[in-house]
Design a protein around this ligand. Sequence first.
Ligand SMILES: [Cu+2]
Length: 155
Amino acid sequence: MKKLLVALASFALLAGCSSDIPATESESVTIREAWIKSADTGMTSAFAEIQNTGDTQVRVVSAQSPASSMMELHEVVASADGTMVMKPKEGGFAVGAQETKVLQAGGDHIMLMDVTSPLTPGADTDITLTFEDGSSSTFTAQVREFAGAQENYGG
Ligand SMILES: [Cu+2]
């Protein structure tokens, strides 16, 4: 009986520390400045700032949106002939503790591989990012006219 009481007491101590349980990755992240390059069909890119206010690294592993039947996480790299090409980023987007990752034209971005209906400037669409721990974060991205981000798809 005494052993059981000791066990219960230590369980209560552990339970008392519940506020120290790490937040999910999505709870550590704030997404801002989200926008999508306008497109009628085919591929287009989405950009945002992903701020990690937590004390551990988070990692974006996939993206979904009603605006595209398929999404990828891309990086832009120099190919053998020196031209810039984009391709799926191995392991997704890691964001260090207390760091902000900026997705921008010419760099890492969210790729809409197959736009399902025209994305016209001024419209909004939702994007959901899923993190390594399975948590996810949905945000609204505004569609903008943009002439850049014309990288070839090398994947
Ligand atoms: Cu891309």
